[in-house]
Ligand binder design. Structure first.
Ligand code: IPE
Ligand code: IPE
Ligand code: MG
Length: 238
């Protein structure tokens, strides 16, 4: 059976929300005997390519895992290099206005360097009226940290009627539908603390390709695989 049949018939369903764990930059660099930071440079370039592609084909939300609450454990030089790449991207992003991509940041942002917070606010402001793809970039993001922050907010508000909707509204991802499809390249089969509340009914797609090598054609493969899934959500097939 051809994976592409649905696409040829024009019946393909696009996931509304795709989330990607952008992993494998270090191994990509190592394979080329380059420093790990070169892998992060290539990974960050690739993020732009994939985001543009998602916008082009009509994906509504793309959430990317850029830096986790656990990634601070890495050598200071690597952390600094990643933060500098983020700075470069943020400074550049205001020039992408014509692309109609809306940028939002999720995570414990208050703990980031002040200049980065200001650049993020600026990028969000500059792109707030865009009507195309919404990119949620997860920086200093951890799913457990996100849930703890939500619980603290609920407790301090005095609210006692605790519902799933209330918790969802207090997460960094408030207002964004849960991801339909979560993609992890680089041959790892874990979430590493990414969207652990939101992924309750997400479909997962794993690939051995390292993130800097992950091309639009791999995204297409993931979307085709998604089309063959039967999402019963606990009910019965339609
Ligand atoms: C993902 O690539 C980028 C971040 C976690 C910031 P890695 O740096 O984890 O690459 P590998 O997993 O070591 O190959
Ligand atoms: C997950 O990758 C975080 C990001 C891609 C930003 P890691 O490389 O940090 O995950 P582990 O350590 O392999 O689980
Ligand atoms: Mg990794």
């Amino acid at each position: 059976m051809s994976l592409f049949r649905k696409k040829e018939n024009g019946e393909r369903k696009l996931p509304v929300h795709i989330a990607i764990i952008m992993d494998g930059n270090g191994r990509w660099a190592k394979k080329r005997t380059l420093p790990r930071t070169a892998g992060h440079v290539a990974g960050s370039e690739n993020f732009k390519t994939i985001a543009r592609y998602c916008n082009k084909i009509g994906i509504k939300y793309l959430t990317v895992y850029a830096f986790s609450t656990e990634n601070w454990k890495r050598p200071q030089g690597e952390v600094d290099a990643i933060m500098n790449l983020l700075r470069d991207y943020l400074k550049d992003s205001v020039n992408f206005k014509s692309e109609n991509i809306k940028l939002q940041f999720i995570g414990n942002l208050a703990a980031l360097p002040e200049d980065i917070i200001a650049l993020m606010e600026n990028a969000e402001n500059e792109s707030k009226d865009a009507t195309g793809l919404v990119v949620n970039m997860a920086v200093n993001y951890g799913g457990r940290d996100e849930i703890v922050a939500a619980v603290k907010e609920i407790v301090s508000s005095g609210e006692t009627e605790i519902t799933e909707e209330l918790i969802s509204e207090k997460l960094y991802t408030k207002g964004v539908p849960d991801p339909d499809l979560i993609i992890r390249p680089s041959g790892e089969y874990r979430l590493s603390n990414f969207l652990i509340w939101q992924c309750a009914y997400s479909e997962f797609w794993f690939s051995n390709v390292l993130w800097p090598d992950f091309k639009p054609k791999h995204l297409e493969e993931a979307i085709d695989a998604f089309n063959l899934r039967d999402r019963r959500m606990g009910g019965l097939s339609k």
